[in-house]
Design a binder for this molecule. Structure first.
Ligand SMILES: C[S@@+](CC[C@H](N)C(=O)[O-])C[C@H]1O[C@@H](n2cnc3c(N)ncnc32)[C@H](O)[C@@H]1O
Length: 278
């Protein structure tokens, strides 16, 4: 039965423009959902589920929604956030201030808010005092409505907050029966949007785009190329794209002038001209 699900996914994922290699280590949670679905439909094995998909094309949307990995945590990959805090955010904020405009970040695939809230915490505790008049905005998008609702509530189990400095935890969260809840003031700079990154992007231009542990892990190369090429059109010249620690841009993507090795942070070249804004 175990192998059956892996074999099924290797057949089904490419048909949804996803890749098995991204799911290999985490497929068990997807298989659990699919088995639950098969039970609900009274289908005894994966062969029957394949036939069901063939006869019910809308089932592909259900399968797509079961193939989402929602793991995240605050300050995930600390070296990346340390670098943002000590270096990039300051540099980008200076530029936005000089150009007399808001400083805009996009967290794409924001899960339950761990990533955008981490940015908001860094801004609040480290940078805000240096740029008191700067309008700092975070757009946080995810395809999953339930995750966004959880993000808006802002309550987390202790385990997902392990990466945060203790003084921040003490000052920014209160503990109650649900868990550790972030003070509502931290969501003031965040706008939550339900969006499928394969179909649409938030409007406007961004200084910083975090697209971690989503596109470059789970989507097949042709879809990755299409999305990253469109992302170039919403990144300001001199802006940065941050990928996950185990991700990289497909080789064919041009327009980034440099890459900060190891951290997988790419700088948008200052003189790139785009004709393909989505
Ligand atoms: C593994 S989590 C990554 C969370 C966070 N970026 C991080 O690195 O910790 C991937 C997130 O992408 C979201 N996602 C999956 N497919 C998506 C799509 N097509 N459009 C937007 N978000 C999607 C999932 O719901 C999930 O919250």
């Amino acid at each position: 039965m175990k192998n059956e699900c892996a074999i099924f996914l290797q057949w089904a994922l490419p048909q949804m423009k996803m890749r098995w290699s991204g799911f290999r280590k985490v497929h068990k949670q997807v298989c659990k959902r699919i088995r639950h679905r098969m039970n609900t439909l009274n289908l005894p094995n994966f062969g029957e589920y394949q036939s069901w998909l063939a006869n019910h094309p809308k089932e592909w949307d259900v399968l797509d929604s079961m193939c989402r990995i929602t793991i995240s945590r605050f300050y995930r990959d600390w070296a990346v956030f340390d670098f943002l805090m000590d270096n990039l955010l300051h540099r980008l904020a200076m530029k936005a201030k000089y150009e007399n405009r808001p400083f805009r970040c996009w967290s794409a695939g924001c899960a339950s808010g761990e990533e955008p809230y981490t940015l908001a915490l860094i801004w609040h505790f480290v940078l805000r005092k240096k740029f008191p008049a700067l309008d700092f905005q975070i757009i946080a998008t995810d395809i999953d409505e339930r995750l966004l609702e959880r993000a808006k509530k802002g309550c987390y189990p202790k385990g997902s907050l392990k990466g945060l400095p203790k003084p921040w935890l003490d000052k920014a969260f209160s503990v109650n029966e649900i868990g550790y809840c972030i003070h509502s003031s931290f969501s003031k700079s965040i706008k939550w949007i339900k969006q499928d990154i394969r179909i649409s992007f938030p409007s406007g231009m961004f200084d910083l785009l975090l697209c971690r542990n989503l596109v470059a892990t789970y989507f097949e190369p042709s879809l990755q190329r299409a999305i990253f090429n469109q992302m170039k059109a919403v990144l300001r010249p001199g802006g940065f794209l941050v990928l996950g620690r185990h991700e990289k841009l497909p080789d064919e993507i041009e327009g980034f002038s440099s890459k900060l090795e190891k951290l997988n942070i790419y700088e948008m070249s200052a003189n790139h001209i785009f004709f393909n804004a989505p």
